[in-house]
Write a protein that binds this ligand. Sequence first.
Ligand code: NAD
Ligand code: MN
Length: 357
Amino acid sequence: MQTYRIAAIPADGIGPEVIAAGLQALDALARRDGGFTLDVTEFDWGSDRYKRTGALMPEDGAETLKAFDAIFFGAVGAPDVPDHVTLWGLRLPICQGFDQYANVRPTRILPGIASPLAGVGPGDLDWVIVRENSEGEYSGIGGRAHRGLPEEVGTEVSIFTRTGVTRIMRYAFRLAQSRPRKLLTVVTKSNAQRFGMVMWDEIAAEVSQEFPDVTWDKMLVDAMTVRMVKNPRSLDTIVATNLHADILSDLAGALAGSLGVAPTANIDPERRYPSMFEPIHGSAFDITGKGIANPVATFWTAAQMLEHLGEAAAAIRLMRAVEKVCADGVLTPDVGGNATTQQVTDAVCDAIRGDNI
Ligand code: NAD
Ligand code: MN
């Protein structure tokens, strides 16, 4: 029997609540399928550790994670720690240190969940956003001069490399090719940004030659937000830069009903290092400790993790269970219900154990 070593990093806010839910569902799946077991190690990394020790994770944290098959991550961010400290202290070092350059964000309207878009239901919105996750606007290069003076200057440098853009473009074309509609939209801002963004457009055209069966088009990011709202059926697979895709995927999550249902996978497609799976949302201070965090995004990313590990049948079973529970109306308040995190989790675990899933 296959055993997978999973590093769980629940971290801050509702992170521990949704990771606990996700682990219960994974446990139910492993018991039901019997084909694999999960050996889970939990790490207490996050803002509390930062406040105690001055670091969100130990210096050799990345080295420790290398021994795992996958990382299951909650959310990081605390009201009394600056957001750039938490982000750069935990999540980004893992993504960048393990070269998880493909950030994959599926969005669908699940049965029983209403989209804020009138007349748009399950089947009308079925996207995968591929976010470049290793460079671009979040390369961390820049500086500040003359701090606090009227002549203060801040720079934030975007880095786009041919290697980086080509590999994410290939990943996106390949993913589009694997989906029934074989449709890819390449997003840039190449009218205003003349260098890295024009290079994106050129590389997209080059890589498209390798995928003659994929239909592709280009969009400017501002116009893309309009198309997502006005014509969601016209989109399928989408590829965009680190910053653009970050923003577009929050919008996508909202259009699918809530950030609480939006998952993400930070993938190293070459499988040199562990990949990391997490809900898109943050630590949600406003609902922390209330027991009402929506666990669906975390279930969905757990399904992405199972698929990545090669357990496709379990991944499908988990998503079927989630869809059944949503269709039955067992929903947290963010999607219009009155169930608690634990009630949704119990319903999903029951569905996993059931015969008809
Ligand atoms: P957020 O995602 O934490 O919350 C935005 C809104 O969505 C809140 O009203 C929240 O209650 C709601 N929400 C989010 N997840 C939900 C869920 N599972 N169920 C129900 N409702 C949910 O974003 P924010 O408020 O901008 O940020 C809060 C903190 O989280 C900040 O410190 C921020 O830096 C951090 N953050 C971390 C990540 C990450 O770890 N990947 C991502 C985004 C934000
Ligand atoms: Mn984001």
